[in-house]
Design a protein around this ligand. Sequence first.
Ligand SMILES: [Zn+2]
Ligand SMILES: [Zn+2]
Length: 132
Amino acid sequence: MLITCDNKGCLQSSNALFNDITKEVLCGECGRSITNISDAMKRTLKSFGQIVRTERKAFMLACPACRANREVVMDQNNDTLCKTCHEPITIHAAFKMAMEEAGGLERVDTTEIKVSTKKTTKKKVTKKKATK
Ligand SMILES: [Zn+2]
Ligand SMILES: [Zn+2]
């Protein structure tokens, strides 16, 4: 649904997004809030799914293995690691806490990534013959 922006210098029609938290409608072109939007229109935007989705911030840290800044993720053991190469990245506990407060790190399960070579050993059920 196209909404015409009322901001000076923009005035573009765009698929504006409704922010349910701030109750603002943000222009898809300039990103500024459009003020002349009625509540009914806001509800319409909401029903159309034109809403701002709060994206989780990606945390970037220098990965020694990649020698580049990579997104940090957390594995099943609460260890932080590089999203690209899955090498562990050690971070300060305080930084880790700040990340958790900011919405947490993306979770990965390295047990799924690493090809498990475990062979399922079938237990042989040996029936004991009752010896008299
Ligand atoms: Zn605009
Ligand atoms: Zn890496």
